[in-house]
Design a protein around this ligand. Structure first.
Ligand code: KG4
Ligand code: ZN
Length: 343
């Protein structure tokens, strides 16, 4: 069979990225230009600034990627682009670049959901095995997805308010850690002790999550300690917060695997880079004879290799978009086929 090369383009938030992936799992070249340092001063991503930087960088990133791969654009079989969910102005830059390249070079244009990209980052490690449960945890999402087959997404649970990564970043901000604070909280938690008492949020029989109450509990705890003149033990607070988050996430994920009689768990998204969460899930899965897969750390946070990996399967399934493709900031994973499948 002929080798298939997909060029992935990702601009949904604050990373401008392009990647070429062969046959859905072999990363040939990837370029990721992060804007984290630019947004740090504002304590989060400023949408208008993000889109302006994407505009400035998109052509450079795509050209550099082709150069790194030592390939010409006419060797590309499909251009996969993130068209949602994300910041609409940021998404627009990637979508317009992909449409222009596809049209000018007569290459199929493949619409990819950002969350599907996070899930397919796992294929860069090993092939997905079905049926599976995917725990997708990022700065914007916290979802449990049941997949019977490729591109068959059934959302069985999600957050009712803040996403888990968002909660990490907000808790980090309370203790003066710059955006994005997740990795620092993760590091501190590893060194600290779970000594602060925080209750498990939405500890019920659903597969849903809620993190805004936990965030408020941490804010109140910090204020109360300050009022009493007590010093906050930041590492212990990080450990207490992280243990609470991980306990509720692992509890609901393991129950979903049991209820759906599924033997394969994958995790995805920026928070999947969390060291303790990875270790804990690996242990629990081993005990239950469940296979566990997580992307490499650099493929957990936003990158275009995951978009190309997902785009490969979309390409095989015949998903195509034409020049009317528009970004959709609140695109749902389950709706993808209905919204944008041009066969
Ligand atoms: O997937 P991603 O790069 O962007 C979105 O699609 O949202 O995820 C970024 C999120 C941020 O909230 C960041 O703090 C969090 O992932 N994150 C972590 C870790 N590394 C990144 N959270 C906890 N532990 C980590 N090691
Ligand atoms: Zn993401």
């Amino acid at each position: 069979m002929k080798d298939i090369y997909i060029l992935g383009i990702e601009t949904s938030c604050d990373e401008t990225s392009a990647s070429i992936v062969k046959n859905g799992n072999e990363e040939i070249a990837t370029v990721v230009l992060s804007q984290i340092d630019i947004h740090k001063d504002f304590g989060g991503v400023v949408p208008e600034i993000a889109s302006r930087h994407h505009v400035k960088n998109i052509t450079i990133v795509i050209e550099e990627c082709l150069e790194k791969a030592n390939m010409e654009i006419n060797q590309i079989d499909g251009i996969a682009v993130t068209y949602g969910p994300g910041l609409v102005g940021s998404l627009l830059v990637g979508v317009e670049a992909a449409k222009t390249l596809a049209y000018a070079n007569n290459i199929p244009l493949i619409p990819v959901n950002h969350m599907s990209g996070h899930i397919y980052a796992n294929e860069l490690e090993k092939p997905l095995e079905f049926p599976l449960i995917a725990l997708v945890i990022s700065g914007g999402h916290t979802e449990l997805i049941y997949m019977k087959d490729h591109y068959n997404f059934e959302k069985i649970g999600g957050t009712l308010d803040d996403a888990v990564g968002e909660c990490y970043d907000k808790v980090a901000r309370i203790v003066n850690v710059p955006y994005p604070g997740g990795p620092t909280i993760d590091r501190w938690a590893y060194e600290g002790k779970d000594t602060y008492s925080l209750s498990l949020p939405l500890n019920d029989d659903s597969y849903n999550f809620s993190f805004s109450g936990l965030k408020s509990a941490v804010i109140n705890l910090v204020h109360n300690e300050k009022q009493r003149g007590n010093e906050i033990r930041k590492k212990d607070l990080a450990a207490s917060f992280q243990n609470t988050v991980i306990e509720i996430i692992t509890k609901k994920t393991m129950r979903a695997l049991k209820d759906y009689q599924v033997n394969h768990l994958i995790i995805a998204g920026g928070v999947a880079a969390n060291k303790v969460l990875r270790e804990r899930l690996m242990e629990l899965c081993q005990k239950e004879n469940i296979s566990f897969s997580c992307p490499s750390i650099q493929h957990c946070t936003d990158n275009a290799a995951m978009i190309a990996a997902s785009g490969y399967h979309a390409y095989l399934l015949g998903h195509r978009a034409d020049l009317t493709l528009n970004p959709q900031s609140s695109l749902e994973l389950a709706n993808q086929k209905a919204v944008n499948n041009k066969e």
